[in-house]
Every structure is written in structure tokens, then in C-alpha cells.
Design a protein around this ligand. Structure first.
Ligand SMILES: C[S@@+](CC[C@H](N)C(=O)[O-])C[C@H]1O[C@@H](n2cnc3c(N)ncnc32)[C@H](O)[C@@H]1O
Length: 286
């Protein structure tokens, strides 16, 4: 079949692409770079389950790419039909193209290009019982993805990216979220805007700090909404942000490690803050 010949396959119109030089493929591959993700406000998610979950959650899909070998797979064809119905493009490609898009030797058979989503800061108004995690200049995509996954797991409300943070929509971060990128609201702002936003809220700002004077287990987190503020991996919280906190807590440590990994510290905090909201018998509504 010649490159880019449109034809009917399954439920929707599918375009077959066989060359890495195809402009549509070049555009998708460019999404590995932040500059192009920012310009197009889109990002890549890998895997059929993720793509279907994202569609179910109402995310806007721009392109669905699937492996030729997935032809006839009912779930893939359904996802393709939903993409076409939503006005998106569907591309049938070979494994070499999928490997180039995902930069993996064993790529998933489905990849989706979705529109990015950020909440406006002014629209984030946590109410009683809610927890938002604010991350000061988080740099590591694995940490950010793991934190988003944990926020999702504990039923916290969202993540606020403060200052110059790693991109939540990079392929590495999205992979680390294991799908939670589609269920955890994100907002972003600089440190000054964060402080102004927080000043207008009736919420408790709990910062974590190696020099915190309060043991994190002694705080009553049940009073009103909580904003949990975590410091940068290398430098911790800067003075102005530390000063803006209502409470600075410390997670006690034995042994010689000077600190916990950021994502681990966030997980420890979130499970303590959400302790009473999480059911004792495993999964369920908090
Ligand atoms: C890797 S640590 C930063 C270490 C950094 N060298 C410092 O001096 O703060 C990253 C963030 O995780 C949190 N954290 C890690 N260990 C902690 C602990 N034992 N108590 C409180 N917060 C901790 C803090 O928010 C910290 O800013």
C-alpha cells in the first residue's frame, strides 16, 4: 500500500503511513521536545488502556496511531472510531514508526496525541477535606509522575506546579504517572502568584522541611483544606515559601540519609493527611 493512502478500515477512515519522513509522523515525533509540546499544547500517551481511559474521561484526542498488527482488534478499532468521531486523525503504521515515536524497542501498539490541560489558578478553590500538593520547582520527571500517581491513589485533589518545574506532559512524566495524568488536575504558577493565591484561601499551608519544628504525625490535618508544599529535590524550600507556610513539618529519620526522596516524602505525607479519608478495607470511595 502506498504511503498515506486514505482508505476505509473498520469503523473509521484510517490513513496508512509507512515512512518516517511523513510530515504527520515528524510532527508527532517532535512532541518528544518540550518546545513543540508547548507550541501545540499537546502530548503523547502510550498504550490502549490509557488512550481508552483518557477518551472515557473526556480528554480531547488529536491523533490515534496504531500498529498494523492491531488491525482487527475490536478495542483498537473502537478507539479509532471514537477518534474519528471526535474529529481526530487515525494513523495505521508499522512497528518501526511506533518505535521511533515512543523511542522504545518494544513499543505499545497504540499511541494517542492528546490536548494538554491546565486549570487556571483562580479556579482552584479547595474546600474542606480537600488536599492539593504544591511542588516547588520539581525537576525530576520520575518524581513528578510518581507524585501524580500517588495523588490519584489517595484521592487528593490536584497538583500545583510552582516555579520552573519539569514538564508534566513529557513522555517520561506521563509514563511515570501510569495513567494518572488523565485524572489529576494540574495548575501552574510562579512562587509570587502561589503566595498571593494562597493568601486569599481559607486553607492550611503545610510545608515540609528538613528543619521543620513539628513532627508530621502530630498535626491535625482534618481542619479545612490542606495545601501540602514540597521543596525542590536539590535545594529544598526557599526561605520566602517556607515563611509563607502555616506549619513546617519534618518526617523523622533514623540512619545516615540526609533526606527522603521527594516522591517518597510526598507519599508519606499524603497517606498521613488522608489517613481518615481512606477506607480500611482497601479500595473504595473515600
Ligand atoms: C530531597 S529533599 C531536599 C533536600 C535538600 N537538600 C534540603 O536541604 O532540603 C526534597 C524535599 O522532600 C521533602 N523532604 C524530604 N525528606 C524530608 C524529611 N525528612 N522531612 C520533611 N521533608 C522532607 C522536603 O519537601 C524537601 O524539600
Amino acid at each position: 500500500m502506498s504511503e498515506e493512502r486514505g482508505e476505509r478500515r473498520g469503523p473509521g477512515r484510517v490513513r496508512e503511513v509507512t515512512s518516517l519522513a511523513n510530515p504527520l509522523i515528524k510532527d508527532i515525533r517532535a512532541l518528544a521536545m518540550k518546545k513543540y509540546r508547548d507550541q501545540t499544547r499537546s502530548f503523547i500517551a502510550e498504550g490502549l488502556k490509557l488512550v481508552v481511559d483518557a477518551l472515557d474521561a473526556g480528554w480531547t484526542i488529536r491523533t490515534l496511531v496504531f500498529a498494523k498488527s492491531a488491525l482487527g482488534n475490536v478495542a483498537v478499532e473502537r478507539a479509532a472510531a471514537r477518534t474519528v468521531a471526535a474529529g481526530g486523525t487515525v494513523l495505521e503504521v508499522n512497528e518501526k514508526i511506533l518505535a521511533a515515536i515512543t523511542r522504545r524497542d518494544n513499543p505499545q501498539m497504540v499511541v494517542g496525541v492528546f490536548e494538554q490541560r491546565f486549570r487556571q489558578l483562580a479556579d482552584v478553590r479547595p474546600s474542606a477535606g480537600e488536599v492539593w500538593v504544591a511542588l516547588d520547582r520539581v525537576r525530576d520527571p520520575g518524581n513528578l509522575g510518581t507524585i501524580m500517581r500517588t495523588v490519584d491513589a489517595v484521592g487528593a485533589s490536584g497538583v500545583m506546579l510552582v516555579g520552573d518545574c519539569t514538564d508534566p506532559f513529557s513522555m517520561e512524566t506521563v509514563r511515570a504517572t501510569m495513567g494518572s495524568v488523565f485524572s489529576v488536575p494540574l495548575a501552574r504558577c510562579d512562587a509570587e502568584a502561589f503566595t498571593r493565591w494562597r493568601a486569599k484561601l481559607d486553607a492550611r499551608l503545610v510545608g515540609t522541611h528538613l528543619k521543620g519544628s513539628v513532627d508530621y504525625r502530630t498535626v491535625d490535618y482534618a481542619k479545612g483544606p490542606v495545601i501540602l508544599l514540597m521543596g525542590n529535590e536539590q535545594q529544598g524550600l526557599p526561605e520566602p515559601l517556607a515563611r509563607a507556610c502555616d506549619t513546617l513539618v519534618r518526617i523523622p529519620q533514623a540512619g545516615r540519609a540526609d533526606s527522603l526522596n521527594l516522591a517518597v516524602a510526598t507519599g508519606v505525607m499524603l497517606y498521613e493527611i488522608r489517613r481518615h479519608a481512606l477506607p480500611l478495607d482497601g479500595r473504595g470511595e473515600a
